[in-house]
Design a protein around this ligand. Structure first.
Ligand code: PLP
Length: 388
């Protein structure tokens, strides 16, 4: 099979699998004081160091969670501490194209949430953000801004560094959901200038069920736990750590951190070939966000006159896995909120599929996908395809 759905989840990297199997063969609880417990604690702390290195943060500032959804819910709360100072936030300012775990998973009263629009290419309108932040600052309200680094459906990269500068100039706190970025673009918290960052294990070749909230400062934290209990993870996410998943996350983080730009270049080559073939062969097909900087592994293609669900099933039967819009929201009927925010009409958005590549993708995958599309799309459209 050809798996072109790395933005939904990545296949487990062999090194992550090996790290997990080692842990599964052991028996310690990371909170126990005996040797077995200390061994488990060692695994968790080594993974913490690896994840910290991946994003350029102090390891003391990392809270392991069950994934990015939990990390987003943990941080998107009005009561925060920034560099040791309590900072109560009155309003959550976010963008129209965020992941549902931000849009629906935050812990603010709904009346205190504001959404900033994006342009036709899916990039945040910075002037609108500045206006909103200036308004809140003038009224004495502190904002928490949450802006994703790269969109999971289109791959469009947001101007997070500029947004952080605006946020801080207006006394706001800045959070970034960077789930889709590691291994695909450079990622450094200091460069982004954010106070908090979210990442997820299963988008970087680690297992599902682990993620992290990262703070830029060891004394920055949400003040209200997501899960209260035994005090694990700085008292913010109680419960016995999933040591095996965290070990796999750490192993994947080590590989991503070591990759530099080479892997991103390889992915860009594959993605560009795929995209070029599609646009040239299928009349009326169109790439969302084509005019702006995007992740090198992602393409969201709108096929005129097709229903994405039908195309996804037909490709599945041809042994090619892709998503209609976002995998996280597939299963739900209705067009993508991301494409809608970019001004794409319902009919066109209904024909959008996302192809996303990753560490396991190769030239042959692209060949197979193109051949499958060449068979399937004309059949669904019931008209001949242009010769390649
Ligand atoms: N944020 C973004 C941008 C995502 O793409 C996803 C998953 O698709 C999430 C958050 C949620 O991540 P998790 O599955 O680790 O909860």
């Amino acid at each position: 099979r050809v798996f072109l759905d790395h933005n939904a989840t990545t296949p487990l990297r062999p090194a992550a699998r090996a790290a997990m199997l080692d842990v599964l063969a052991a028996s310690g609880n990371a909170s126990s004081v005996h040797a077995d417990g200390r061994a488990a604690r060692g695994v968790v702390e080594a993974a913490r160091t690896a994840v910290a290195r991946l994003v350029g943060a102090p390891s003391a500032a990392i809270v392991f969670t069950s994934g990015a959804t939990e990390a987003n819910a943990l941080v998107l709360h009005p009561d925060l501490e920034i560099a040791g100072q309590n900072q109560a936030c009155d309003v959550l300012v976010t963008s129209a194209v965020e992941h549902p775990s931000v849009l629906r998973g935050h812990r603010f009263p709904i009346a205190q949430v504001e959404s900033i629009p994006v342009d036709a290419d899916g990039r945040l309108v910075l002037d609108a953000l500045e206006q909103v932040l200036a308004g809140h600052a003038a009224a004495g309200r502190r904002a928490l801004v949450s802006l994703m680094l790269a969109n999971n459906e289109t791959g469009v990269i947001q101007p997070v560094t500029a947004a952080s500068a605006l946020a801080h100039a207006h006394g706001a706190v800045m959070h970034c959901d960077a789930v889709q970025a590691p291994g695909r673009m450079s990622l450094d918290m200091a460069t982004l200038g954010v106070d908090f960052l979210t990442i997820s294990s299963h988008k970087i070749g680690g297992p599902q069920g682990a993620g992290a909230l990262v703070a830029a400062h060891p004394h920055s934290r949400p003040r209200v736990p997501l899960i209260a209990g035994g005090g694990q993870e700085r008292g913010l996410r109680a419960g016995t750590e999933n040591v095996a998943a965290i070990a796999g996350f750490g192993a994947a983080a080590v590989i991503c951190a070591a990759q530099g730009g080479e892997e991103a270049g390889r992915l860009r080559g594959l993605r560009d070939r795929l995209e070029k073939e599609i646009v040239e062969r299928f009349q009326g097909s169109q790439v969302a966000g084509a005019g702006v900087e995007r992740l090198p592994n992602t393409t969201s293609v709108i096929f005129a006159g097709l229903k994405a669900e039908t195309l996804v099933i037909a490709l599945d039967l041809a042994h090619v896995s892709v998503s209609a819009g976002s995998a996280c929201s597939s299963g739900k009927v209705g067009p993508s909120h991301v494409l809608a925010a970019m001004g794409v009409g319902d009919a066109a958005a209904g024909g959008a599929i996302r192809l996303s590549l990753g560490w396991s993708s190769c030239d042959e995958d692209v060949d197979v996908a193109i051949a499958a599309l060449g068979r399937v799309v004309p059949r669904l459209l019931n008209r001949p395809v242009r010769a390649a």
